[in-house]
Design a protein around this ligand. Structure first.
Ligand SMILES: NC(=O)C1=CN([C@@H]2O[C@H](COP(=O)(O)OP(=O)(O)OC[C@H]3O[C@@H](n4cnc5c(N)ncnc54)[C@H](OP(=O)(O)O)[C@@H]3O)[C@@H](O)[C@H]2O)C=CC1
Ligand SMILES: C[C@H]1O[C@H](OP(=O)(O)OP(=O)(O)OC[C@H]2O[C@@H](n3cnc4c(=O)[nH]c(N)nc43)[C@H](O)[C@@H]2O)[C@@H](O)[C@@H](O)C1=O
Length: 325
């Protein structure tokens, strides 16, 4: 099959045709749902959406038939096996296998069925555990990974490299964005398998409602993390689809870091829990620090807008209206 090489030079912009067919893979998740909201705000009218039960992206022949039949013009790949430190550490086989399957099937089928441009989403965990801070894009593959999520990270690194390889060999327009830790509406609030921010929001909320005196928080509280509201990420994705078509992956962060202790205090305040924090030091801390250098994206012309405090207030409002019992 011919692939999409001709489309790289077609020159038409992402934003110029609001009737272009765009496949948003993973549209019911945290990131995919924010991207759908953003594209709808921008006026796109032809979004191609399939739930996991309608199309299992780990099934190569189903993905192949889907692309052959639907022939989307753009693809944003936000479907993945995703979880926090505990899930990554407990299900390493799922995190490496499912992610390799999804991204390999989608990227290869998209190329072979004439997709004009694809954006792959990785994660800040691709970088070495002890990378220089803030972490520049060229820190990739310069040292050992954080053991709690190396399986997921290896899959994500393979995704970046696959996009680069298809660009080099086929002149195909595949790009990669590396978001920092995200949060917002439609996050996963599972008590064990979620990321820290939704986990704490739920735990503090339930403690407040039940009149509990204390809440357990994992680890030492000292690790530093950078958080970005998912609506900012969705805005950056639309920006990259329009403005960026090159080999290197692009960091997408807020540029602001907080310790897990500071985050816990902030979530506690936003939720309105008045009890104490108890630290469970038997749980892993993970990477000590993970602040990305997002100056490449800033130089291209994009910057985040939503502060952590405002984003937390917005997310807690959403949680109370949509998730809590
Ligand atoms: N959340 C974060 O903090 C960060 C996320 N990212 C990246 O952003 C992307 C999206 O993450 P996020 O939105 O948080 O994850 P979510 O878990 O919220 O959403 C993932 C989506 O992928 C779908 N999916 C999973 N497996 C399959 C499958 N086999 N076939 C079809 N669909 C599938 C899920 O559907 P279902 O729920 O039905 O299984 C869900 O809609 C990922 O690539 C992730 O690596 C990067 C950095 C940080
Ligand atoms: C986005 C990124 O997310 C994962 O990496 P992580 O940044 O370590 O993610 P996390 O949100 O799960 O934890 C952050 C910190 O917070 C502490 N912590 C406290 N209390 C809870 C708690 O209740 N739940 C969780 N999950 N963590 C807690 C926890 O011990 C850790 O020190 C990757 O696996 C990978 O998926 C990835 O790319």
């Amino acid at each position: 099959m011919g692939g999409a090489a001709d489309n790289v030079s077609s020159g038409s912009s992402f934003l110029s045709d609001k009737s272009a067919k765009i496949f948003v893979a993973g549209h019911r998740g945290l990131v995919g749902s924010a991207i759908v909201r953003k594209l709808q705000q921008l006026g796109f009218t032809n979004l191609l959406l399939r739930s996991h039960s309608e199309l299992d992206l780990t099934r190569q022949s189903d993905v192949e038939s889907f692309f052959a039949n639907e022939k989307p013009r753009f693809v944003i790949l936000a479907a993945a096996k995703v979880g926090g430190i505990h899930a990554n550490n407990t299900y390493p086989a799922d995190f490496i296998a499912i992610n390799l399957q999804i991204q390999t099937n989608v990227i290869d089928s998209a190329y072979r069925h004439g997709v004009q441009k694809l954006l792959f989403l990785g994660s800040s965990c691709i970088y070495p555990k002890f990378a220089p801070q803030p972490i520049p894009e060229d820190a990739l593959l310069t040292g050992p990974l954080e053991p709690t999520n190396e399986w997921y990270a290896v899959a994500k690194i393979a995704g970046i490299k696959m996009c680069q390889a298809y660009r080099i060999q086929h002149n195909w327009n595949a790009i990669s964005g590396m978001p920092t830790n995200l949060y917002g509406p439609n996050d996963n609030f599972h008590p064990e398998n979620s990321h820290v921010l939704p986990a704490l929001m739920r735990r503090f909320h339930e403690a407040k409602v039940n009149g509990a005196k204390e809440v357990v928080v994992w680890g030492s509280g000292s690790p530093l993390r950078e958080f970005l509201h998912v609506d900012d990420l969705a805005d950056a994705v639309a920006f990259l689809m329009e403005e960026y078509s090159d080999l290197g992956h692009v960091n997408v962060g807020s540029g602001k870091e907080v310790s897990i202790k500071e985050l816990a205090e902030l979530v506690k305040e936003v939720v309105g829990f008045e009890g104490d924090l108890v630290w469970d030091k038997s749980k892993p801390d993970g990477t000590p620090r993970k602040l990305m250098d997002s100056s490449k994206l800033a130089e291209l012309g994009w910057n985040p807008k939503i502060s952590l405090k405002d984003g937390l207030v917005d997310t807690y409002k959403w949680y109370v209206q949509n998730v809590q019992q």
